[in-house]
Write a protein that binds this ligand. Structure first.
Ligand SMILES: [Zn+2]
Length: 102
């Protein structure tokens, strides 16, 4: 899908149409040591009990879950206003294999 680099759209802060830069949001990688994760609790000695806490003796997720069933991803576009430098997020993404800025 081809998307223009700049678009004229409504800025909520300026309350008028301004020139806005378009960018695809980069996906952040998930950490296994986040707060609230079972692995972190196990390392700290908080998750006590017998066995693998229901996760360490299972096959790989790709073996029993339908992971990778879709081959397209929804776009996650961010619009940055060139006047006030505020960034707004698009409402709903459109499914596309590849996003290209022209
Ligand atoms: Zn603005």
């Amino acid at each position: 899908m081809k998307i223009p680099k700049t678009m004229k759209r409504l800025c909520k802060t300026c309350k008028k149409h301004t020139e806005q830069k378009v960018a695809q949001n980069k996906k952040k990688t998930a950490s296994s040591l986040k707060r609230g994760s079972k692995y972190r609790a196990k390392l700290r000695g908080v998750a006590r009990g017998v066995g693998g806490l229901g996760r360490y003796s299972k096959p790989a997720v790709t073996k029993f879950k339908r992971t990778g069933a879709k081959n397209t991803k929804k776009t996650d576009l961010r619009y940055t206003c060139t006047v006030c430098k505020k960034t707004s997020v698009q409402k709903t993404g459109i499914r596309a294999k590849r996003v290209e800025f022209k």
